[in-house]
Design a protein around this ligand. Structure first.
Ligand code: ADP
Ligand code: MG
Ligand code: ZN
Length: 542
């Protein structure tokens, strides 16, 4: 089957004439597209103006990525005699902290260029504009190919991801944002590249000198995505009424607003890069959580031992509000715990979600485990949570509440959960979600129901797998299973592309490796080096 690539090389968006799409609603579509097109054109013009030296070397063709911290463009370069070369130009937002920018670049230059880690060709700067030029790797949209990958391709994908992670971890780099859009995959060429060191941090013995400097709170705070929890005290306390009886079977999370409006101010770095004082009113707590049917309440706190070091207030083991859904005045007076919390909620390890201050390269292995979970279950994103406690509750529904609570103790966090949820069998879970009947080893009709893009867990759906399968909108309207993903690439599930290609005989080693990646305890979680030697990859070599 021909792979559908996320980016169409033959039709650069910014310069190719528009294909006419006059249909019933064509005029509207065309208008939108022209609008987007002129936006991209303008952005490209602005980039040439901001960094004029680019004009001498590159022809910028299209914008291929836009995130909070950067825009990425596809360009061609005529640098030497020979064919044109495709280059990815990453324009970092001018408000990024200079050390942050330099550290990202140093990760790429020192660790990159081999073992599936993206390298750098050039870097350009004019005033506060920095552009990193990298070799361009044409790549797939994960969602588009998820359900057409053969089992062997999944093995290769994971093996190559671990090669990249082993490489960066050897340099003492914690990537902190491992997810499919940061691991480029060219299916046809079997090429892979780990990108985006924009949130990376160093281990205590990192070999990346500049990563030693990116730990300070001010730099943490300069990243909008990367705010430390704005919660006073050492505990995150979210709770709700006990689960209504009829919902007991369907574990979910319920959270309520915490009575907290502390006007203490904190130093924050503003958008313009200047330090500014900001009132510390907590929106984390006023978020619109707890949609109708959620029923597990969870509460995370730093255990008494940790409090001594992390807090300036009385380190008593218990206070007025311990194990209740209130926050007492002792807790309100606790200093907030600062812990790095970069990344995307659904990929965050339990120690990240609970703000454990000593985080290691193990957090990247957890994220790799979540990717593996998507590949084995055919669901992406697997966890879809807009906040950390929902994400934690979703983890509990897979790995078990008792197990999660026990593991959290090892890194000094105590979690309160209103309900005990058993751990799930990973094979059964994945086979159910993928739509493989484990008794007959055939594809079940469920395959026609939920599409790849339906998260196995989302805030909208009940956290019970069998219900997810029955309740997704696609299950109710099977005809509606074609989707546009964020890149505008259509189609996520095509029954023609579904084949058992190895999926009927997934070896136990796959689930053993998954279990070791999703180890709730970071201290015992498998490392990248160990993962490469796991029996799952027995006939593969580096
Ligand atoms: P951000 O920090 O904004 O997420 P990334 O470095 O992750 O920036 O790049 C954003 C997107 O741009 C990636 O998901 C990928 O689609 C594309 N991209 C980045 N680098 C390259 C590259 N070297 N080759 C091809 N595409 C790239
Ligand atoms: Mg990225
Ligand atoms: Zn208290």
């Amino acid at each position: 089957m021909e792979a559908s690539l996320g980016i169409r090389m033959d039709e650069p968006m910014a310069f190719s004439p528009q294909r006419d799409q006059v249909q019933a609603d064509g005029s509207v579509k065309k208008h939108e597209q022209n609008f987007k097109l002129s936006g991209v054109k303008k952005d490209i013009e602005k980039l040439y103006e901001a960094v004029p030296q680019l004009g001498n070397l590159f022809k910028i063709k299209d914008k291929i990525g836009e995130g909070t911290f950067s825009s990425v463009y596809l360009a061609t370069a005529q640098l030497q005699v020979g064919p044109e070369e495709k280059i990815a130009l990453k324009h970092l937002i001018p408000t990024s902290h200079p050390i942050r920018i330099a550290a990202e670049l140093q990760c790429l230059t020192v660790a990159g260029g081999q073992d599936n880690v993206m390298g750098v060709k050039y870097c350009f700067r004019k005033n506060d504009h920095v552009v990193i030029a990298m070799p361009y790797l044409e790549h797939e949209s994960f969602l588009d190919i998820l359900n057409s990958l053969s089992f062997q391709e999944v093995r290769e994908y994971m093996f190559n991801l671990f090669r990249a992670l082993k490489r960066i971890h050897q340099f003492g780099i914690v990537h902190r944002d491992v997810k499919p859009s940061n691991f480029l995959y060219n299916r046809r060429l079997k090429k892979y590249a780990l990108v985006d060191f924009g949130l990376a941090q160093g281990t205590h013995d990192t070999k990346i000198e500049l990563l030693k400097l990116v730990h300070s709170e001010a730099q943490q705070e300069s990243c909008p995505q990367n705010k430390s929890h704005v919660i006073t005290g050492n505990k995150i306390s979210l709770s709700g009424p006990a689960a209504p009886k009829e919902l007991d079977q369907h574990p979910t999370v319920k959270t309520v607003k915490r009575p907290y409006t502390n006007a203490q101010s904190q130093i924050k770095q503003g958008k313009d890069g200047k330090l500014m004082k900001q009132s510390k009113t907590v929106d984390v707590l006023s978020r619109k959580l707890a949609p109708k049917k959620k029923a597990i309440s969870s509460k995370v706190m730093t255990s008494g031992v940790m409090r001594k070091t992390a807090s300036s207030c009385p380190a008593s083991l218990t206070c007025d509000c311990y194990a209740t859904d209130k926050v007492c005045s002792i807790c309100l007076s606790r200093r907030q715990q600062v812990a790095p919390r970069a990344g995307t909620p659904g990929f965050r390890a339990p120690e990240v979600l609970t703000k454990c201050p000593n985080q290691t390269t193990a957090i990247d292995m957890w994220s790799a485990g979540v990717i593996f979970l998507s590949l084995l279950s055919g669901r992406y994103p697997f966890y879809k949570a807009s906040d950390d406690l929902t994400a934690l509750a979703q983890i509990m529904t897979i790995r078990g509440s008792r197990e999660t609570i026990q593991a959290a103790k090892t890194f000094g966090k105590s979690i309160l959960c209103s309900k005990e949820i058993p751990a799930q069998d990973l094979r059964k879970l994945c086979e159910k979600l993928r739509g493989i009947d484990s008794n007959t080893l055939t594809l079940t009709s469920d395959v026609q129901g939920p599409a790849a893009r339906d998260p196995a867990f989302s805030e909208k759906t009940d956290h019970n797998v069998s219900h997810v399968i029955q309740q997704t909108p696609e299950a109710q309207h099977p005809g509606n299973s074609l989707h546009k993903d964020s890149n505008g690439c259509g189609g996520s599930l095509n029954t023609d592309t579904i084949s058992l290609e190895g999926w009927n005989e997934v070896p136990d080693e796959a689930y053993d490796l998954l279990d070791k990646l999703l180890d709730l305890n970071p201290a015992s979680r498998i490392t990248a080096e160990e993962a490469l030697l796991h029996p799952f990859f027995k006939d593969m070599s580096l």
